[in-house]
Ligand binder design. Structure first.
Ligand code: KIV
Length: 271
């Protein structure tokens, strides 16, 4: 069954997002450029310029080498393409190692591009950083659970919340960043029941990725959900398009027509 929801006309703000908790599921997707951002414009409440671009755009094996220059460059492109969604810049690894450094870098983000908010990975252990940022006028989305920037330190990508201790730890993380002023919380790679409990424990909206269907919203990486990234498919990804196959088929048609001189025809030729 396909349900058609109306286009979002007005600019989505932090306040819009806060008001959606418990009212309507929030839709978030990543984007890295103006072209795709313009296609997503009006369809989603939030666009995350995720450091996942380091993998799907640059072809690196993880997100760790992404730089702030890169993130600002891509956020500028997304801002040029999308007018209504709230746009969030993902602070790359090493740019928020303490509160002072985080504020210098987040201030640079606000001055150099139109990001509405920034995202940082971490719970209780980074609540002081979230507080310093929000105290100084930066809107923050926190990210807990599986945290890709810490994959090397943690020895791999592991689903979280499987033990009683970890469940407790995640709930404490969520409460700590809420208290520190984060206006939304991404929960990644967490067992469904724990993600549900976190969602019920905080008053800020939770956005899940690989965290089941009880969070206040969902986020997917655009190149995963549209089937352009095909090297592997995590369990939580649903492909809404077979992008890579469709592009390959179109390219093959183009190639055949060029080789056989059936393109261009009169229709595509100046007289
Ligand atoms: O970088 C990214 O795209 C993200 C999402 C997976 C939440 O952090």
């Amino acid at each position: 069954m396909s349900i058609h929801t109306p286009k979002i006309q007005k600019k989505v703000t932090v306040n819009t997002i806060s008001k959606l908790k418990g009212v309507e599921p929030i839709v978030m997707v990543t984007a890295y450029d103006a072209l795709f951002a313009s296609i997503f414009d009006g369809e989603v409440e939030m666009i995350l310029v995720g450091d996942s671009l380091n993998m799907s755009f640059l072809g690196e094996k993880d997100t760790l080498s992404a730089t702030l220059d890169q993130m600002i460059y891509h956020t500028k492109a997304v801002c040029n393409g999308a007018k209504s969604p709230l746009i969030i810049l993902d602070m790359p690894f090493g740019t928020y190692t303490d509160a002072k450094i985080a504020l210098i870098n987040a201030t640079r983000v606000y001055k150099e591009c139109c990001a509405d908010a920034i995202k940082i990975e971490g719970g209780k252990e980074r609540a002081d950083i979230v507080k310093h940022l929000t105290d100084n006028g930066i809107a923050v989305v926190s990210h807990i659970g599986l945290m890709p920037q810490f994959v090397r330190a943690e020895g791999g990508y592991r689903v979280r919340g499987k033990t009683k201790e970890d469940r407790q730890r995640l709930i404490e993380d969520a409460k700590a960043v809420e208290e520190a002023g984060a206006f939304a919380l991404i929960i990644e790679g967490v067992v469904t029941e724990v993600a549900k409990e976190i969602t019920q424990s905080v008053s800020i909206p939770t956005i899940g990725i690989g965290a089941g269907n009880s969070t206040d919203g969902q986020v997917l990486v655009w190149s995963d959900m549209l089937g352009f990234f095909t090297e592997f498919k995590p369990k939580f990804v649903k492909r809404y398009l077979e992008g890579a196959s469709l592009v390959k088929e179109a390219l093959s048609n183009y190639k055949n027509e060029v080789k056989s001189r059936t393109f261009p025809t009169n229709e595509h030729t100046y007289k």
